[in-house]
Design a protein around this ligand. Structure first.
Ligand code: NAI
Ligand code: UGA
Length: 448
């Protein structure tokens, strides 16, 4: 099939490359000419494991192309996927769907043959039906242009794997033949016995936002318990294991630490609350505001521990290990790690940030922090080390190895990847989120 993918960011670039891998002819379209320029020569403008190779391979084979021209894809494709952004609208929690609306209008203007438009972006419930009205108003009335909603559940860091072997495929449709077209698009995956759920627009839209809200709730649940283990003693990691071994609860998404961030969970949790209010159901999603509060308190706790350990932040050097919102990604959107680094900087500390992949993105967002090219450089002059993103490189740190490159003997493990016992045995002042802090030295806590 001939397929266009509108929007070639984290989601769209992955989707376009994976559709080519599934055997389709694909054109990726974006309004950002720089992004298209680099994708067109097989280069990925961001970091995602395995994706650059896949794009380069299919660009070379001619099965995958990139353009900025709707006039090129409108008359060409049988199916058009929409993967543009739906960020938070200003200071409100609601989602900004204007990019999706613009994409629909551009397609309506340029499609010259019967086709199916498929939304993949995450949108508030009710959006697809509204877009259908726009489409009907703006398209050539002699054509049959259908709309379907097919939300995406991939995780950054595993985007290619998740797209080629998803847990499930959700198809929100208003006509059976649109589900059949999409089943044909995904034939290569469907053959692997992936469950396919065919439903209406509203259910499809809600499944996506509910999934992200549930995942965020799971993270905040374990992080709320962290506050108890910090006060009473106990090890949050073992507690999570004890909970997760119950198959009704499950072990995944119970890693306590600095909380959730990224381009999706935080904005989707807010957008779901905003949409519930618009529907007159504000109370139904009210608990999500506690989920957000717990999440932000983890960052405050990390700053509190750093302050407690150093006594005074001014003129102290802090090594911030990690800037990405999670490992194996260069994404710093709503990153808890970067937020903690900025808070410490604003409180007067000299912060040296090192992230294996996200330094450039972080520097574009917060140019005033000091970015360094290696772990050794970050820790060399440090008074305190903070593990803020659980990259493998940081999870493998040992007090002996680190002790040979720094004189610092204070460390905060904000992601619960290091062994307390090992560090304390080597004489380090060690604190972790979710475990009671027993200071090695006298200190006067500052703040809450
Ligand atoms: N990043 C992820 O892992 C996932 C994202 N999603 C959802 O997918 C959507 C996109 O997210 P990301 O890829 O992360 O965003 P992104 O910001 O990386 O990419 C969005 C792209 O859309 C382009 N764009 C904006 N308006 C356009 C238009 N009118 N025509 C063509 N291109 C246009 C932008 O230039 C940008 O390159 C969001 O709704 C997000 O919630 C869903 C699942 C996973
Ligand atoms: O809608 C989206 O964009 C995507 O959002 C998340 O994927 P992603 O944001 O890539 O990353 P996750 O692995 O879900 O992690 C989200 C955040 O939660 C944090 N987290 C995750 C798991 C955990 O146990 N503890 C924890 O703090 C991570 O550090 C990260 O900051 C969902 O997992 C995807 O299914 C969804 O498609």
């Amino acid at each position: 099939m001939r397929i266009s993918v509108i929007g070639t960011g984290y989601l769209g670039a992955t989707h376009a490359a994976c559709l080519a891998e599934m055997g389709h002819e694909v054109i990726g379209l974006d309004v950002d000419p720089l992004k298209i320029e680099s994708l067109a020569v097989g280069e990925l403008p961001f970091y995602e494991p395995d994706l650059e190779e896949l794009i380069a391979r299919h660009v070379a084979s001619g099965r995958l192309r990139f353009t900025t021209s709707y006039e090129e894809v409108g008359p060409w494709a049988d199916v058009h996927f929409i993967a543009v952004g739906t960020p938070q609208r200003g200071g409100e929690g609601a989602a900004d769907t204007s990019f999706v609306e613009a994409a629909i209008s551009s397609l309506a203007r340029t499609i010259t043959r019967d086709a199916l438009i498929v939304g993949k972006s995450t949108v508030p419930v009710g959006t697809a039906r509204r877009l259908q009205d726009i489409l009907t108003r703006e398209q050539d009335p002699t054509l049959e242009i259908g709309l379907a909603w097919n939300p995406e559940f991939l995780r950054e860091g595993f985007a290619v794997k998740d797209t080629l072997a998803p847990d499930r495929i959700v198809l929100g449709v208003d006509a059976d033949h649109h589900a059949e077209t999409l089943t044909a698009v995904y034939a290569a995956t469907v053959e692997q016995d992936v469950p396919v759920l065919v439903t209406d627009f509203e259910t499809a839209e809600l499944i996506k936002q509910a999934a992200n809200a549930f995942l965020a709730t799971k993270v905040s649940f374990i992080n709320a318990l962290s506050e108890l283990t910090e006060a009473a003693g106990g090890d949050i990691r073992v507690l999570a294991e004890g909970l997760g071994l119950d198959p009704r609860i499950g072990r995944s998404f119970l890693r306590a630490g600095l909380g959730f961030g990224g381009g999706c969970l935080p904005k989707d949790v807010r957008a779901l609350q905003a949409r519930a209010s618009e529907l007159g159901q504000e109370r139904s999603m009210r608990f999500l505001s506690d989920v957000e509060d717990v999440n932000l308190r983890r960052r405050e706790r990390a700053v509190f521990l750093a302050t407690s350990m150093l006594g005074e932040l001014r003129s102290k050097r802090i090594a911030a290990l990690g800037a990405a919102f999670k490992p194996n990604s260069d994404d710093v959107r709503d990153s808890p790690a970067l937020d903690v680094a900025v808070r410490l900087f604003n409180a007067g500390a000299d912060v040296a940030v090192y992230d294996p992949k996200a330094n450039d993105n972080a520097a574009r967002r917060f140019p005033r922090l000091h970015y360094v090219e290696s772990l050794d450089e970050a820790v060399a002059e440090a008074d305190l080390i903070l593990v803020l993103t659980e990259w493998e490189e940081f999870a493998r740190l040992t007090p002996r190895a680190l002790g040979s490159v720094t004189t610092a003997r204070k460390i905060v493990d904000a992601r619960n990847v290091l062994s307390v016992r090992e560090w304390i045995a080597e004489g380090w002042d060690f604190a972790a989120l979710g475990r009671k802090y027993e200071p090695a030295f006298d200190f006067s806590p500052i703040g809450a």
